[in-house]
Write a protein that binds this ligand. Structure first.
Ligand SMILES: Cc1cc2nc3c(=O)[nH]c(=O)nc-3n(C[C@H](O)[C@H](O)[C@H](O)COP(=O)(O)OP(=O)(O)OC[C@H]3O[C@@H](n4cnc5c(N)ncnc54)[C@H](O)[C@@H]3O)c2cc1C
Ligand code: FES
Length: 273
């Protein structure tokens, strides 16, 4: 993990309220693993002390990019920034996805909206290709479909309004696929909490392993403030020396350090916020 002030290489609109930001980070780029994130301080912003977390989308040479949606003050200011301007970045952060091995489990990726950003490096670095299930409310929420196809993945699109792909929720074609076969398959998901919860239940119902990237509100991003904790099962007792095991065999773990990626079977959904 490194903290650096970095220069923007480009910052362009993708679709609607989604943008791609590329920054030059020769020391950080080679360290990045799929599913890790960057904590970005928006230097022109008045409350610049508060950083914003974003999945690392793509890595190319000495640059990495994020794919972000403008939702509030920080992302709106980033969207107006231009090449040559500076941001402060702490990265790579967090515990990412387990990259499938050649000849190992077939990955089924499930992404909602900007959740696709967390999936790209995983798809690119996995020697074992599989299926990407991508869902969104409307056509504009379906991101990087062609880029995943170019990596050789089978991309299945759903939109809630039916404006692109099949009409419905991203979990519907996933369930249909698992009904066909569960053998040797593993799920990887990133998206809204409701979608992650549904994927966790599907993994449990079909008895397939799943890794979920949990998008929790974060403050420090480096394990100090405990803003980002979620309840995680601890069959073998607490993993961190300072963690208190709760009744029922679970403890709070930090999404920013122990996560953002957790095994679905570890998450105690009944206790989540
Ligand atoms: C590990 C991780 C990875 C992320 N990856 C991406 C990504 O690749 N692309 C992307 O666009 N966004 C991503 N996010 C969400 C992103 O951090 C927030 O959208 C961003 O911080 C909002 O900043 P803001 O100042 O524009 O909005 P604010 O003014 O802070 O908030 C505006 C609205 O967004 C909501 N919001 C803020 N933070 C989050 C959050 N973490 N999750 C859900 N809603 C939030 C607020 O509740 C509020 O309704 C990720 C978050 C986490 C924790
Ligand atoms: S955001 Fe501070 S501990 Fe995770």
């Amino acid at each position: 993990m490194l903290e650096q002030t970095v220069q923007i290489v480009s910052n362009e609109r993708d679709t609607d309220s989604y943008f791609r930001l590329v920054v030059r980070t020769p020391r950080i780029a080679p360290l990045i693993q799929p599913g890790q994130f960057a904590h970005i301080r928006v230097l022109p912003l008045k409350d610049a002390l508060l950083r914003r977390p974003f999945s690392i989308f793509q890595v190319s040479g000495d640059t990495f990019s994020i794919l972000y949606k403008t939702v509030g003050q920080g992302t709106e200011v980033i969207a107006r920034m231009q090449a040559g301007e500076e941001l402060s970045v702490i990265a790579p952060l967090g515990h990412g996805f387990t990259v499938p091995k050649r000849g190992g489990e077939t990955p089924l990726l499930v992404a909602g909206g900007y959740g696709m950003a967390a999936m790209y490096l995983l798809a690119q670095r996995s020697p074992q290709k599989g299926i990407v299930f991508v869902g969104g409310r409307r056509r504009v929420d379906i991101l990087c479909e062609k880029e995943f196809q170019a990596l050789g993945w089978d991309v299945r699109v759903t939109t809630e309004d039916g404006s692109h792909g099949k009409k419905g929720l991203v979990t519907q074609p996933l369930i249909a696929e698992l009904k066909r076969s569960t053998k040797g398959r593993k799920l990887f998901a990133c998206g809204p909490t409701g979608m992650l919860k549904a994927v966790g239940k599907i993994a449990d119902d079909f008895k397939v392993p799943a890794e979920l990237s949990m998008d929790e509100h974060m403050c420090c991003g480096v394990g100090v403030c405990l803003t980002c904790v979620i309840p995680v099962k601890t069959a073998d007792g607490p993993r961190r020396a300072e963690a208190h095991e709760r009744e029922g065999g679970w403890e709070y773990q930090r999404t920013c350090t122990e996560g953002p990626v957790f095994e679905a079977k570890e998450i105690v959904w009944e206790v989540t916020k």
